[in-house]
Design a protein around this ligand. Structure first.
Ligand code: ATP
Length: 232
């Protein structure tokens, strides 16, 4: 059974349609990458899976169960965690407090403040610091750590490497590999196509709200990906 399945999902903002009949499956242990130009609908997709946006039609299944009736906080308890675009940490709270909040309503499991610090040692000396005083890379590590505190089965990552220093991006990508090795399934939205294809075992390209190409990176030529990306 797939971890996640979308069947013909349509999402609107008022009269504007952001996703058109989007269907795909994410299998256990996969790193599934969503790529595509700005405005393709990738963030909308992740927000819809997390329960922050409501589809006007279509269905979403998590481990074979429809989740459409479950609000976002229920989905965290079911094992779906989102790291939203733009490192939305709680600025006035400490690193430790941000992590504690991540555990609220989540599942029981191996992730706790200690194991998050092991994954991102850069957070260790910052544990009592206010999140607003952290660098962009530190905030991103904290945002990922906070999502992990809910012990997700499916982790949704939205542009987690955007604007970060190469050394931090490297650490985040290493963390992704570690997460998959320890049983997490990842759905990642990424602007850096070359980089994400080094870790993804499945890729879907979004163009104006539709999947323009989908498959294993090894089966797709760079010409096909470029054409799907730009709609040529
Ligand atoms: P980006 O990389 O720029 O974040 P994306 O592929 O993630 O792009 P979305 O952010 O999902 O795309 O946006 C898809 C479309 O929906 C865009 O045309 C965007 O302008 C529109 N959109 C997104 N959020 C809203 C909103 N809250 N209200 C109205 N339109 C929105």
């Amino acid at each position: 059974m797939s971890v996640l399945e979308l069947q013909e999902v349509d999402v609107f903002y008022g009269d504007f349609q952001a996703l058109f009949k989007v269907s795909f499956k994410v299998e256990e242990g996969q790193t599934f990458a969503c790529i595509g130009a700005n405005g393709g609908g990738k963030s909308t997709l992740l927000r819809t899976i997390a329960g922050l946006q409501r589809p006007s039609s279509g269905q979403i299944f998590f481990h074979g169960e429809p989740v459409d009736k479950h609000p976002a906080h229920d989905r965290v308890g079911m094992g779906i965690a989102l790291v939203p675009e733009g490192r939305r940490v709680f600025p006035s709270l400490t690193v430790f407090e941000n992590l504690q909040i991540g555990a609220y309503g989540g599942r029981k499991g191996d992730w706790n403040t200690d194991s998050v610090m092991e994954l991102f040692p850069l957070l260790k000396p910052l544990v009592k610091r206010q999140a607003s005083s952290l660098s962009g890379g530190e905030q991103q590590a904290l945002a990922i750590g906070r999502a992990l505190m809910a012990n997700p089965h499916l982790l949704l990552l939205d542009e987690v490497s955007l604007g970060l220093a190469p050394v931090v991006i490297k650490r985040i990508y290493e963390a992704m590999v570690h997460l998959v090795d320890t049983g997490t399934t990842i759905l990642v939205v990424e602007q850096d196509v070359q980089h994400v294809l080094t870790v993804a075992d499945h890729v879907a390209c979004f163009l104006e709200g539709r999947i323009s190409l989908e498959g294993k990176p090894s089966d797709l030529s760079s010409e096909a990906i470029t054409a799907a990306y730009f709609g040529m």
